[in-house]
Design a protein around this ligand. Structure first.
Ligand code: GLN
Ligand code: ZN
Length: 764
């Protein structure tokens, strides 16, 4: 019999119950018990619904109130000292680590967040050093296993593996020079042993241990660590299913096949090509293979026929009892259910499959492979065939104008007229900005009033004219605010945008939208990615009227604000039938037209945000060059159509650029603003090493936390930056947009930022 399995499930709840409860708890509106209860209800519903869909291996323990990596840090006592000793309850320490805390005399910044592999999910980076005293503060795996059992569902608990946990960690401040987190493995393993032994004692037959770092090139050097870890854990643990996802094992499969594990999970959505190698490697062993054929990263219906073929290939090699049909990764990156969508057309709805529907998919594919004669299975197979055929027919129609335009892109379309050294002077004259120009990344607080106005427009309670008037007022007040506080290069504040990707998607052809397809980005922040369903084009200008309105109410220069092609692509659910490159170039052409129109309308600086360019990088280095070529070309294609006097900006969050620096240089943006407030100054050293000569605005404070940075704190940061970078290159700005912040902290923080820039002008 072929079994079915799901690696993890969204945490938000079908009606965003968890997000709402977490935020209510933060606001002091509900108690910790209420929060636990709200979470318990959602978990219970999820476990039961997954089971009802016929899934054999139901996950537990991967649920989280904030982030599953943070859960592990809290459980293993990986709690930086700065969060200890304030008299906070464990749950408040946990949230303080995730989001910082500034109340009742406690003032601690949030921990660093990083992108979870190549996804738009962010995890809280654990901080370890030789002083770290690992101990098991609580055993969430056991607790949730028992919680699920009480709800009538026997689960396969999920635990983040010890090697991945340490590889994803960073050295705590004050750690010895050259300290490597992985060196703590021998200290961490006893705690994992306790965790797993307790799980076994609680009755768990299997445990899913996630070791996603196995798909990275760097894992090749960790063979010994993996062997030590799993030889230590296996004797006390429930049967181990080692889960890998998001890319391929490549040669790492050689040592993985020798580990004392009972099962191995591989991602065949992202890396279908690895099946044969993996089958060859594990054939002589007893390892069961879990085939990730149902995408945990996208929302398209699975092509059952294709999945069944892969399943049969595995069965031929291993026998049916050694094959599991699974989601490719956790379903965390997909929305809860298609059932909550009632605005998609029947035709569109038939193309998709969200988390709950995917549960039914793994069950059906497994049943088909097990030779089920069940009429319901036969009907599901037939229905899938019809849906897939219809979608393929739709895909065969394309927009010829767009396709031809992409095919006709020439190299000169990617280059500005003059090199930066020439542009710089022209722009300086044109914009007339002071030294250390201050600016922001684009958005200002998305207040309740703004969200209400948008909701009212949606319900027809505001006419489009009334809504436009409202937005204009917002823009004007944001402009006045910036003038008052003394910022130099202004923005319009983005009040008209529900989201930096959705807003553009809604104005482009080729996208569809959902009502409830929320996907976690970090903590309680969720996004609703648009879905690219066909060729993309721009029916008309998208932002010109707002930017020109904003410019019309001020004498200071206004920066236009667009989301870049790679980011729109990465933060949407892309098509699966054409390459990402083609989709990115189509988006780039649409944005190019917008950039040109903005310049024509009198805007003299334009920021094209590409926060997702790093996250879209393939996990395997051998795939990097191809990606970087089209990604950078797409950015250049969208920005290079302007005259030399137009100052192009770009912005990146979580800018881990060390290893892709030449590509950042090749973007040739006049100014880039980057996240540098939480990470150390290492990144700036990289800029220096490469002789980066365009302008840079390293974020001077962290906007992801409500905490207000003091002005001395910002000055110190500027000072540290100026130790590394030439003063003529420096812009002064926060590290990201302010949309998630309140006005109070925004005003206080920006006032301190402007004061610090003034200080720098006098000092340097
Ligand atoms: N311009 C966007 C904003 O300010 C950029 C957001 C981002 O980089 N994530 O919100
Ligand atoms: Zn950002």
């Amino acid at each position: 019999m072929v079994a079915s399995s799901v690696l993890g499930f969204p945490r938000i709840g079908a009606n965003r119950e968890v997000k709402k409860a977490v935020e209510a708890y933060w606001a002091g509106k509900i108690s910790a018990e209420d929060l636990t209860k709200a979470a318990a209800d959602v978990k219970k519903t999820s476990w039961q619904s997954i089971k009802e869909r016929g899934v054999d291996f139901v996950p537990s323990g991967e649920f989280s109130l904030y982030d599953h990596v943070l859960d592990h840090s809290a459980a293993f006592n990986v709690i930086p000292k700065r969060y200890v000793g304030h008299g906070l309850s464990p749950i408040d320490v946990y949230f303080a680590m995730g989001r910082g805390r500034q109340a009742d005399g406690v003032d601690v910044p949030a921990s660093e967040m990083k992108k979870w592999f190549d996804s738009n999910y962010h995890f809280v980076v654990p901080e370890v050093s030789d002083d770290t005293e690992f101990k098991l503060n609580f055993n969430k795996a056991v607790e949730e296993y028992q919680e699920a059992k009480a709800a009538g569902v026997t689960t396969r608990p999920v635990v983040l593996g010890p090697v991945s946990f340490l590889v994803l960690s960073k050295a705590a401040k004050g750690a010895q020079a050259g300290f490597q987190p992985i060196s703590l493995l021998h200290k961490l393993l006893p705690v994992y042993k306790t965790l797993l032994a307790d799980l076994k004692a609680a009755g768990a037959e299997w445990v899913q241990i996630d070791e996603p770092v196995l798909v990275l090139d760097s894992a090749a050097a960790l063979e010994k660590e993996f062997a030590t870890a799993y030889e230590t854990l296996e004797p006390v643990s429930p049967k181990i299913l080692l889960a890998t996802y998001f890319s391929r094992l490549d040669s790492n499969v050689e040592f993985v096949a020798k580990l004392p594990i009972a099962g191995l999970h591989i991602d065949l959505d992202r890396a279908p090509g690895q099946l044969e190698d993996v089958l060859n490697a594990i054939k002589p062993t007893n390892i069961i293979l879990s085939l990730g054929v149902v995408s945990g990263r996208n929302i398209w219906k699975t092509d059952f026929a294709a999945a069944i073929k892969l399943g049969q290939q595995a069965i031929e090699a291993l026998g049916a009892d050694r094959v599991i049909i699974a989601t490719s990764s956790s379903l965390l990156h997909t929305p809860v259910t298609l059932a909550s969508e009632n605005k998609l057309t029947a035709e569109q709805k038939d193309w998709f499959s969200f988390a709950l529907e995917k549960c039914a998919e793994v069950a059906t594919i497994a049943a088909a492979l097990s030779g089920s004669q069940d009429a319901a299975v036969a009907a599901a197979l037939e229905a899938n065939k019809v849906s897939i055929t219809k979608r393929r027919e739709f895909e065969s129609t394309s927009d010829d104008t767009v396709r031809k335009r992409v095919a006709a892109i020439t190299p000169d379309q990617l280059e500005r007229k003059s090199p930066f050294a020439v542009r710089k002077d022209i722009q300086a004259k044109h914009l007339n900005l002071p030294k250390f120009p201050t600016t922001t990344i684009g958005s200002f607080p998305q207040t309740k009033e703004i969200r209400q106005a948008r909701a009212k427009l949606g319900k027809g309670e505001l006419t489009p004219e009334q809504y436009d008037e409202f937005i204009k007022k917002e823009i004007e007040s944001v402009v006045r605010f910036q003038e008052k506080i003394g910022l130099d290069l202004l923005v319009h504040g983005e009040p008209e945008r529900n989201d930096m990707v959705q807003y553009f998607g809604e104005q482009l052809s080729g996208f569809v939208f959902t009502q409830n397809a929320w996907v976690q980005s970090y903590g309680s922040r969720y996004v609703r990615p648009p879905i690219i369903v066909s060729d993309v084009s721009r029916p008309g200008p998208m932002t010109v009227r707002w930017s020109s309105y904003a410019q019309s109410v001020t004498k200071k220069p206004m920066k236009g604000m667009l989301t870049g092609p790679v980011t729109i692509l990465n933060w949407s659910f892309p098509r699966a039938d054409v390459s990402r490159e083609l989709q990115s170039k189509q988006l780039a052409l649409a944005l190019r037209d917008e950039v040109i129109d903005l310049e024509k309308a009198g805007i003299s600086a334009i920021q094209v945000d590409e926060p997702a360019i790093r996250e879209g990088l393939p996990l395997r280095r051998s795939d990097w060059d191809a990606y970087l070529k089209w990604a950078v070309d797409s950015f250049k294609l969208s920005t290079a159509g302007v005259t030399d006097q137009l100052q192009t900006h770009s912005h990146f969050c979580y800018s881990d650029f060390d290893d892709i620096f030449p590509s950042i240089q090749r973007l040739d943006a006049d100014v880039i603003s980057i996240e540098a407030s939480k990470a150390d100054m290492k990144l700036l050293t990289t800029f220096k090493q490469y002789g980066y000569s365009n302008q840079i605005g390293p974020g001077v404070y962290d906007i992801h936390s409500p905490r207000v940075p003091g002005d001395q704190e910002i000055k110190d940061r500027l000072k540290a930056m100026l130790d590394i970078l030439p003063d003529s290159l420096l812009f002064v700005n926060p590290d990201c947009g302010l949309k998630t912040r309140g006005w109070k902290e925004t005003e206080a923080s920006l006032a301190n930022l402007v004061a610090a820039a003034q200080w720098a002008r006098q000092t340097y």
